[in-house]
Design a protein around this ligand. Structure first.
Ligand code: ZN
Length: 104
């Protein structure tokens, strides 16, 4: 399908290059940390405060990634990048949402 070759997204460098360049976040929200770890972990909430998550960029209750054992956030960055690309193409977003319900 030649149409996709001329899509702006594909003319830029692979988005994963940008992901790898991201600095390690100073603060992360529970959702991003849990996704990075692949499981839920109960924390001492006294270290948490309202702030901006360094991974998803949303204003949430955040804490130091140290509290989660410095997880690898690459998979979260990858998902967010994929979602951002999907939102730029209205047609593919619905397909991604359907795919999101499939078992892993
Ligand atoms: Zn987050």
């Amino acid at each position: 399908m030649s149409a996709w070759i001329y899509c702006d997204d594909l003319l830029h460098t692979n988005p994963t290059d940008d992901i790898m360049d991201k600095p390690y976040p100073s603060w992360v929200c529970a959702e991003c940390a849990h996704e990075a770890r692949g499981r839920f972990s109960q924390l001492n909430t006294s270290t948490m405060h309202e702030g901006t998550c360094g991974v998803c960029g949303q204003a949430k209750t955040v804490t130091e990634p140290r509290d989660y054992g410095y997880p690898d956030f690459t998979r979260v960055y990858t998902r967010l990048a994929n979602e951002a690309r999907s939102s730029q193409h209205g047609q593919s977003k619905a397909a991604d949402e359907r795919a999101g319900t499939a078992p892993q």
